[in-house]
Write a protein that binds this ligand. Structure first.
Ligand code: ZN
Length: 172
């Protein structure tokens, strides 16, 4: 559900004369003006020595049980590179050796009936040592698949499906 459906009155003056105008909430009573921007998120492409891509299986909704890429939201005052490093440590217990920017995709991520507009920024990461690999945090399991064998319809999030498809095209 779009965020505008949850705002019934102005949070500053409580007037109901608040309107969502394409990108921002504007109150015609008190001038309250609040912008809704895309939330930055990061997704990471990791391959093993055989060239197989690491996919995670989502532990929670939205899209519980579907394939995903490791990653998550960028915290306030965090760089996207730090978010990639942090998420890979939290979700997979791996240390990134190097990062290379790949592409970005917009997405809508619905959580507890609120639509969040995200911008997924994608990196290819090199990992020297896979021995500490664990499925932690919001990851229920991990698979490595040859790009040729990936069924993109098993990926839940629209942007991740587009990213993995673009990656498959780039290596085939
Ligand atoms: Zn107001």
């Amino acid at each position: 559900m779009h965020i505008k459906e949850h705002f019934k009155s102005c949070p500053k003056c409580q007037s109901t004369a608040i309107k969502f105008d394409t990108k921002h909430f504007v109150c015609s009573e008190c001038g309250f003006d609040f912008y809704i921007n895309a939330s930055a998120a990061v997704a990471v492409l990791i391959t093993n020595a055989k060239g197989e891509l690491l996919l995670t299986v989502r532990k929670f909704d939205p899209f519980k049980g579907t394939y995903d890429l490791p990653g998550g939201f960028v915290d306030i005052n965090e760089t996207v590179e730090n978010a990639a490093t942090r998420e890979i440590k939290e979700e997979l217990n791996l240390d990134i050796t190097s990062l290379e920017y790949f592409c970005s995709f917009p997405n809508t991520y619905t959580y507890k009936e609120i639509d969040y507009y995200t911008l997924d920024m994608v990196f290819k990461a090199e990992i020297e040592d896979f021995t500490p690999l664990q499925a932690n945090d919001d990851v229920s399991s991990i698979v490595f698949l040859s790009p040729k064998k990936i069924d993109t319809t098993a990926i839940g999030l629209t942007s991740i499906k587009a990213i993995v498809s673009k990656y498959i095209d780039s290596v085939s």
